[in-house]
Ligand binder design. Sequence first.
Ligand code: ADP
Ligand code: GLC
Length: 470
Amino acid sequence: MEILHVSAECYPVAKAGGLGDVVGALPKYQHEAGYIAKVVMPMYKTKFLNTHEWDVVHKGYTNLGNWWFIYTIIKEKTNVLGFDLYQVDINGLLDREKIYGYDDDPARFVAFQIAVVDWVAAWKHRPDVIHVHDHQAALIPFMIKHCYRYQHLQGIPTVLTIHNAEYQGWLGWDKSYFIPAWDNWKSGLLEWKNSINSLACGVRCAWKVTTVSPSYLEELRWSANGLEALFEYEKGKCTGILNGIDMNVWDPETDSYIENHYNIKNKTDGKAKNKKLLCERFSLDEQKPLLAFIGRLVGEKGADLLPQAIGDSFYYIGRKMNFLILGSGSPMIEQNLERARTLSSGDCSIYIGYNESLSHLMYAGTDFILMPSRVEPCGLNQMYAMRYGTMPVVRSTGGLRDTVRDFGDPDGYGIRFNNPVIGDITHAIWRAVQLYTDPLLMDEMRRRMMRLDFSWETSMKHYGDLYASL
Ligand code: ADP
Ligand code: GLC
């Protein structure tokens, strides 16, 4: 079976968050399981692009409205990622330093999707499934069903995986000319609340829709940034499939980003060495429990709650813990965190920016990972943390609910709280600090977490069943 994944991100080529991790891992394991798995993504200006060799496999000429452009499909020569990797080069439009964040993002990603469909239309055979990820690829099911020039592709089954329904790829109707001419009777499929909504269109037109955890799918029916009614209506074709993690990349025994490797047997010693390194680097106290946050500094992740939660923890619990924050995002949150740091007398340190290698050291060397998310479709951090024996402290939502069991419950191993509010977070931090005073219990929790299996095996089987049902 041949699966073509279409995505804006793919690790290690280009990653802004978990989407990249998933699209870098799932196809690899699918390939190992006997599928022909291919990934096509935009060609950004990345280090990966310059350090690998490429074959030009196709050149095409197509249009975004009245702008005609040449696109080139290049393929990585050696299959270094464990699957066929293709990139779409559109001169001036996609070949930029960043993945997102440009004013013309809507045009960039529509052009990307047109080029992908145009290329597939030139294949001598058809893929068995086109699997599109998030709104940047969600117009493809519509294009192949209803755009006149792609009519011969109509029968190809499509799957849309929603990694995050907060971002929907809105496009004013004045930009509708971007999309190749379509059957006008079908315009309703593009529309949601007076604008073109790529994600809503994908939900309607894809043969099947998946979300990256079962709980998130449930939640979308009452909280989906305006699309609740749509998810209720389309629930029959939707399934929640929990992400896995790449157990080869995220392995404390072999992780190339950390110096002090460890496994379930020598975890106490291994984690302590990594913690020492971190504490030296950030002038923290290795005797105190170290709580970390890694991620985008946005409201969705509850990052705006951190500054006050940190301040309140020092005030109400005392200076019994240290905090280390790695992330970037909203300038306001960055400023507030900086203020919390200056008030912390050295008990809180922050690193603003994106740093893959530091994130690995933090999963290995911290004691707790804080995730007060308001929305968390799956969340990978908590799974990485647990693989490294670091306890997640999470708000019970989406994928966090599906992967973390509170240590107060039978066979539990994490800390959960219900509401993304300061009081709940501070209480959860208090529980973490209390737990840390009991090294034997801590050790047992670490053992339980490190024995959990978050590999792609189970998820892959679910995707396999889904493809087969098409
Ligand atoms: P999301 O995709 O919503 O941001 P996930 O939990 O699915 O959240 O994935 C986040 C991924 O991005 C993880 O691999 C995490 O380690 C990584 N990450 C997020 N922010 C940073 C950062 N500032 N530096 C390094 N890695 C980061
Ligand atoms: C999104 C979600 C995150 C999920 C990731 C990978 O970025 O916000 O929760 O883990 O996609 O599916």
